[in-house]
Write a protein that binds this ligand. Structure first.
Ligand code: EPZ
Length: 434
């Protein structure tokens, strides 16, 4: 499992890359299957280890899982999963699974709402910050749940004699993607009208809301920061196609920028990527958006990369999940750039590795100063988390010589067939299996 990726950089990338379904949409969508006693059919599911982890968790809870056919071209169609929540027979999400993936906590809201109780392991530490789940728990308490922490588990239940969560008017202290998802799902089965204020507006939240509506939920304000959810008695069977992965797409757009390449992203739309495309345009990239074909062609405008100042923010701002990849690109820009990471406190683990490849970056708390242009040199480096790994792949594609990236399992959590997709564009890249 300790695979490595070997990249010989310096090649101009040219070709088309099919974008997979979004990991961060697919995970909560899969958890939504817990809300109904009928099948939820999801298509465009990416092939990633995080998806397998969620599938394992749902099966552990008793969900009946059927993996549908893959289609002619695996890269294009994604997988189909049929998840039937009618067979759920456990409400405990065990440590063994949750520790592998924090996003597992999104089963809490659905389990509690449908079964009146849930026991979910507290996710442990994380490479990018402390990442507590206090907003999730506070909001569920406001809906009447009794929550205790015991032996590393969150134990949530309804008060004696109560069968449904009750609606509440909830204001999140700060925008949280996971808390919005957890509580929105819980509210679909609650008694009355729940209002979520300062809700996350990420497209993945919208995707989840649309799927819940297809399952019979009553949700208003979709795509805004105030969601109004009128609880219903039960949800029913539905089918839903997962949205494209805007972070995967953004990463390959940057690969084009870093190699003076010409890459056409397929199966993706520009509306979900606006902040990324705006920043990359300011840096010197050009995009040809073909709405009908659902494709975006990415090139450099005039061969020049310009510096920029960027602050990460909740959607529609510049995504923290694109920050590490942007840092790699800015190392090649002509001048001084800055990035401020405003979402997570410790999301610069890629900087020391990029420095080993020749980057000139100064780190001050949640702020980095990048001086460019440098030319990256190849090195043996180590992936630390998913997006940090993405930034190392990008630097390696631009570096002369052979880079070895260790701990590839981080990449496999969120980039489907990364080496195949890049190789299709002429990258010299291979997985070295151990
Ligand atoms: C989601 O994580 C994504 N994960 C992350 O993507 C992404 O970086 C993040 O949103 C921000 O966009 C999934 O969707 C599976 P948050 P999530 O709750 O929901 C603090 C990737 O690379 N907070 O929006 O866990 C928290 O510590 C991953 O694909 C609390 O203090 O993020 C953070 O500083 C990494 N208490 C901020 O809020 C809480 O109860 C935003 O976190 C919840 C969050």
């Amino acid at each position: 499992m300790m695979d490595k990726i070997r990249i010989v950089g310096g090649k101009r990338l040219k070709g088309a890359i099919p974008i997979a379904g979004a990991k961060n949409a697919a995970l909560p969508l899969m958890a939504a299957s817990l809300l109904a006693d009928a099948p939820l059919t999801l298509t465009n599911i990416p092939h990633l280890t995080d998806i397998t982890t969620m599938a394992n968790l749902l099966v552990e809870l008793g969900v009946t899982l059927e993996v549908g056919s893959v289609g002619l071209d695996e890269c294009h169609t994604g997988r189909k999963l049929i998840l039937d929540g009618g067979t759920v027979n456990s409400t405990t999400a065990p440590y063994d699974i949750v520790r592998k993936m924090r996003a597992s906590v999104v089963v809490l809201g659905p389990l509690l709402a449908r079964f009146g109780k849930a026991r979910v392991s507290l996710p442990g530490g994380c490479a990018i910050g402390t990442r507590p789940i206090d907003y999730h728990l506070k909001a569920l308490e406001q809906m009447g749940a009794e929550i205790t922490l015991s032996e590393g588990y969150v134990e949530a239940k309804l008060p004696q004699g109560q069968t449904r969560l009750k609606a509440a008017d909830i204001t999140f202290p700060r925008v949280s993607v996971g808390a919005t998802e957890n509580v929105m799902m819980a509210a679909t089965l609650a008694d009355g009208k729940t209002i979520l204020r300062n809700a996350a507006e990420e497209p993945e939240i919208t995707d989840l809301a649309r799927c819940l509506i297809a399952m019979g939920a009553d949700i208003e304000g979709v795509g805004t920061s105030t969601l109004t959810i009128l609880g219903v008695e039960r949800l029913h069977a539905a089918g839903y196609a997962v949205m494209p992965d805007r972070i995967e797409a953004g990463t390959y757009a940057i690969a084009a920028g870093m190699t003076n390449g010409d890459i056409t992203l397929q199966n993706v739309t520009a509306d979900i990527m606006e902040a990324t495309l705006t920043v990359l345009e300011a840096v010197g990239m050009a995009f040809e958006v073909d709405k009908a074909a659902r494709s975006i062609r990415c090139t450099l405008r005039d061969g020049m990369l310009r510096p920029i100042e960027v602050v990460t923010a909740p959607y529609p701002g510049f995504a923290t999940d694109m920050q590490a990849q942007l840092a790699s690109l800015l190392c090649l820009a002509n001048g001084r750039s800055t990035i401020t990471e405003a979402i997570f406190e410790n999301r610069f683990m890629h900087i020391p590795e990029l420095q080993r490849m020749g980057a000139d970056i100064t780190e001050q708390a949640n702020h980095i100063i990048i001086r460019g242009p440098v030319s990256f040199n190849a090195a043996e480096v180590m992936a630390t988390d998913l997006r940090a790994s993405g930034s190392l792949v990008l630097a390696a594609l631009a570096a002369e010589g052979e880079t070895i990236i260790n701990r590839v399992y981080h990449l496999d959590r969120g980039y489907e067939r990364l080496e195949e997709k890049l190789a299709m564009c002429g990258a010299e890249i291979e997985r070295v299996r151990e």
